[in-house]
Ligand binder design. Sequence first.
Ligand code: AHR
Length: 529
Amino acid sequence: MIRPASRWMTRCAMALLLGGSALASSANAQDQAQTDTAATLHADTPGATVDRHIFSQFAEHLGYGIYGGIWVGPNSKIPNIKGYRKDVVEALRALHVPLVRWPGGCFADEYHWRDGIGPRANRPVRINTHWGGVTEPNSFGTHEFMDFAELIGADAYVSGNVGSDAPSAMEEWVQYITAPEGALAQERAKNGRKEPWKLPYFGIGNELWGCGGNMRPDDAAGITRRYATFVKPPYGVKIQKVASGANGPDTNWTEVMMREAGKQIDGIGLHYYTTPGETSGAPKGRGSATTFTEVDYARTMAKTWRMEELLTKHSAIMDKYDPARRVNLAVDEWGIWTDVEPGTNPGFLYQQNSLRDALLAAVNINIFVHHAERVRMTNIAQMVNVLQSMILTDGAKMVLTPTYHAFDMYRPWQDGTALPLDLPKTWYNREEWTAPAVTGSAVRGKDGAVHVALVNIDPTQPHHLEIALTGLNAAQVSGRILTAGRVQDVNDFATPARVAPVAFTGATIRDGKLSLDVPAKALVVLDLR
Ligand code: AHR
């Protein structure tokens, strides 16, 4: 059965898929929108559970993502808890981060886990050949990561080295982390941890089509079958094995992996980054994080909206091989990837984070919620100081990015039940770039309340909504809004709260209808009781 929300998403995706004629289609959709004001929240036909792991993060040995961002060491002057930055730990705990993926990324297929155990002073210093050619001290290793995940209350997702290590290394690493007894458990205890850690997810390499070994799909599927065989948890314990997934639109990768290795895995990844593209009038590159025109903005939003099409296509392939939807489509790297901040190391991927990026995150989260039956984990890239991060640090200073605030506003979605939400089909267009102006999602949270998220990417005009509530007798509505003067606005160390959520009082419920103007360039999250 196609739910109303899915029908809406399908129509929006269709317009984008039509390529050259997309704008014409969207113009039709716009005409319709003027008459089609019907919007409905179907609380009486609940959908899938929104797995909290949809809000997961990714922390790689890259730039200041780990060193300086999370780990400063116990002797640092920066306030820390056993070496972890206190401010960062507190911010992440407050966010209820459900899971962290580590140690990469491309770093994972160069990482030899034995380098990162034992007394820190004895660990080898290596070169991080993939990211900046800088030294890797290995002072943040298995114990530091697993303890960090526990400290912030998150599950661990460790990516193994398929590209440059043997299956036995992977087998021993998993045992070292999870075994209750035996030689590897004793070694772990000697290194300070008697109890096994929980390891609910394990990645069978990363980007095997690229930095993980430049493999062809058939070779990667064969290798995945082989390596996955040796990821062996203790008796009675389950580890979900996640295969290295496709590069964006490469559906053949998903097809071959599902066909050849689908029975050996519990999840398959998908990596899709939104690259804004050449900034108007600026030198060629991925596009600036902070200086962009409205056309650049529209291009970015149209490109990010492509996630809907990608999930639909990859899911359809997975449905062929796995109609029961046992295998999770894990979007284990996503987010906006811009040029680095001027003057910073190009290998460190340090970029600022604007209101645009928070709205982009919200658009993607709404898409993930609509695909919640198949998409049960996603990992924004990355957690601190790298790409679309939650947090930026500079020495002892820390700032929460607009994206952090968007994630915070979606906290009630974690393990909630998706409720279909039909919205009018209005489109935002600039030149050839088009994307839905207003997207949304809704859940019945674990707290029993209904939560509705609405994001208006249109930077110039508000959108009025009247949403009929079916199967819901709510009388009160309260909420928060994330917006700013300009979509380019950022939080920096001088003005850390320029973009931060405030109370939203512009919504009312009357005669079974929720009414509001969603302001221009804003994310609004409402609680209905
Ligand atoms: O997140 C940065 C890099 O992007 C990751 O290391 C890699 O998997 C991807 O190409």
